[in-house]
Design a protein around this ligand. Structure first.
Ligand SMILES: [Fe+2]
Length: 201
């Protein structure tokens, strides 16, 4: 198997009350697992079987929809679990805080713009904070697309991603996506975002 489901660094109930245990369990063990299984099946016996996920995504225009959707789903969820943690939240610090403030004015302004990107994504998709040409940028993508894909309207290295598919919040929040996004700030893992910013530069 080319790809495997990465271990979660916390248990299903660890992000309560902001993200409920049942949503976490289904999201990780069913949805994420399905993306892993489906992409592995789609690339079995093909050259992609030995390629890195990033290399597949960077050349996704050459792939059929089944690979685009499921390889994207694997990458996006791999990232998503790491940018959250129990007792997360608070404020970013160091180079990440400096970059956010110089790009967006303040952390509060950044949060507003990022939340807007997630709230206004029609249907299913993701909100992203990316490094593009050495600078930070906010954007969103539909379905399981992401900024690494060569077909993406917003290209860059994602350092923060928020899943705004209904499967990420519907059990607890129903149609209240903005409330889910507001609560996401209570579980964000700024250290991981800072690390990814460092690696992207
Ligand atoms: Fe998801």
């Amino acid at each position: 198997m080319a790809f495997t489901l990465p271990k979660l660094a916390y248990d299903y109930k660890a992000l309560e009350p902001y993200i409920d245990a049942q949503t976490m369990e289904i999201h990780y063990s069913k949805h994420h697992q399905a993306y892993v299984t489906n992409v592995n099946n789609a690339i079995a016996g093909k050259p992609e079987d030995t390629m890195s996920l990033e290399d597949i995504l960077k050349n996704i225009s050459k792939q059929p929809p089944v690979v685009r959707n499921n390889a994207g789903g694997v990458f996006n969820h791999n990232l998503f679990w790491t940018v959250m943690k129990p007792n997360g939240g608070g404020e970013p610090s160091g180079a990440l805080a400096d970059a956010i403030k110089s790009t967006f004015g303040s952390v509060a302004d950044f949060k507003t713009k990022f939340a807007e990107a997630g709230a206004t994504r029609f249907g299913s998709g993701w909100a992203w904070l990316c490094v593009t040409g050495g600078k930070l940028a906010i954007c969103s993508t539909p379905n399981q697309d992401n900024p690494l894909m060569d077909i993406s309207e917003c290209k860059g290295t994602p350092i923060l991603g928020l899943d705004v598919w209904e499967h990420a919040y519907y059990l607890k929040y129903q149609n209240r996506r903005p409330e889910y996004i507001t609560n996401f700030w209570n579980v964000i893992n700024w250290d991981e975002v800072a690390k990814r910013l460092d690696n992207a530069k």
